[in-house]
Design a protein around this ligand. Sequence first.
Ligand code: PBG
Length: 327
Amino acid sequence: MSRFPATRLRRWRRTPALRAMTREATVAASDFVYPLFVTAGATVRREVPSMPGVHQLSADGELEREIAEVADLGIGAVILFGLPATKDGQATQAYAAGAPVQRAIGLIKKAAPELVVITDVCLCEYTDHGHCGIIREGVVDNDSTLDLLGKVAVSHVAAGADVVAPSGMMDGMVGAIRAALDAAGHADTAILSYAVKYASAFYGPFRDAAQSPPAFGDRKSHQMDPANVREALRECELDVGEGADALMVKPALPYLDVVRAVRERFPLPLAAYNVSGEYAMVKAAAAKGWLDERACVLELLTGIRRAGADLILTYHAKDAARWLREA
Ligand code: PBG
């Protein structure tokens, strides 16, 4: 066993070059997935108050400008959320051909064919009650929601999406979407499952951004209890069995132990979602001059990678990509 004074760990920390060559975890723009909120209407660029720097954009020149920036920064992918013109009990705008997300996909594929387009597959932005599925007798009905999720996924892929990401935490959602995609001739399209999604207070700002707060109740009947990690592994096991091509843990920062546990048990590509509330905390503290935004963001992204995530969904993607380029 090596001991002080023979062993001195400061030797590798002496210069930037020595630190760089012994660095274990790296962060690159190509690891990032940038979330975009696509709204109905024209020439809309509306900043989300609780998420400075993040905008709701219409599927026209506004989105095109954003995509040009994202592609130029070398960001790996975008994930799309939709804000439809109308909402109803059956979430019909979630799979309508001319709805904002479907239009946005076509536009992005034209503007930046290499950029990976992932779509969020959930009903909460499209139902008038804001829940993630069909309501029956006051609760979110799992099985009648599955058919709709399949339909939504097929409409995204028909529009050109590369990857679909179901986020509603319905049991059986991955299998139902896999079957629907295969039946529609999309056997080659991957499913990134939000397999481990906690019932988190850190989604608060997102619900402003996507205009999707539940009108009554909460999401604890389908999203996971923050106290559980063994259950997270069961969620992953089921999703892998149903055909998931990649897994996600969400949120990221309070759940890095979960990221690590999933990483150790499953060889699939793993994503972590650095969610809206995590972003808002950093932005608010930085605005007050209480934190060094650049240093904190690069540190937290490194932490998420070190915990074992391959991909990071983050609202910091554009800033971080710029800082990494300058570094
Ligand atoms: C559901 C969905 C949510 C988020 C991503 N997909 C909200 C929710 O479950 O309430 C949250 C993302 C974030 O907070 O950044 N479509």
